[in-house]
Design a protein around this ligand. Sequence first.
Ligand code: SF4
Ligand code: SF4
Ligand code: SF4
Length: 229
Amino acid sequence: MPDPKPTPGGGACGPCGSGEAGAPAACNCDAAPRAADAVGADPTRRQFFGGAVRGAFVFLLGAVTSLVARHSQKERTVWQIDPNKCIACTNCANYCVLTPSAVKCVQHYPMCGYCKLCTGYFEPQPNALTTAAENQVCPTGAIERKALEDPYYEYNIKEELCIGCAKCVVGCVLFGNGSFALQVRHDRCVNCNECAIAVVCPADAFVRVPASQPYLLKNRDHKDEPHAA
Ligand code: SF4
Ligand code: SF4
Ligand code: SF4
């Protein structure tokens, strides 16, 4: 026998109509609310549970969002050349999916000697130390030579002309300070899943680096390591 169910305020059961007005508030029909259920109708308690569930949901959402943000921040990487491993072969100019290559020469000014006879700029035996094309190592004229206070000269890379052939890198390493180096330029690189140059790089010089620090500086200690001729 199920518990008698109270009718709100006593008298006839609203849902089933049984009982009489003024009779004790009890009815056994299924339509009438059970005594225990009547507690659930208490607005204060309902608000409390509703608030608790919402609070837990908001907390969980916050925790998941922060986890996802931290995860994606940690995972975001881009391709870069470790200039201390690169042996300056010609692959960077020829294997990039882009034409011209996303790899460019960069000048590391703190390492540069500002030499009058720059072996990254001039052919090994130039006719003269002038800017005539036949005297230059660079096949595209991408290096700008600017006179400073005598006898110093500044060498700047015009990236829009650079094809990443590394000829200047070889020259600078052979007799100079090794201040020229190749780097993947991220305003051009499309960050292929598998970099076509990395596949053929003979020096394992392509590495993934955090997108927040996408460039690698050359280390002076590696200047004298072997480079392609
Ligand atoms: S393929 Fe590798 S070794 Fe050759 S120039 Fe590019 S980074 Fe350097
Ligand atoms: S990741 Fe793609 S676009 Fe970037 S340097 Fe490599 S091949 Fe070129
Ligand atoms: S020699 Fe090659 S790598 Fe150096 S600046 Fe010219 S095009 Fe760029």
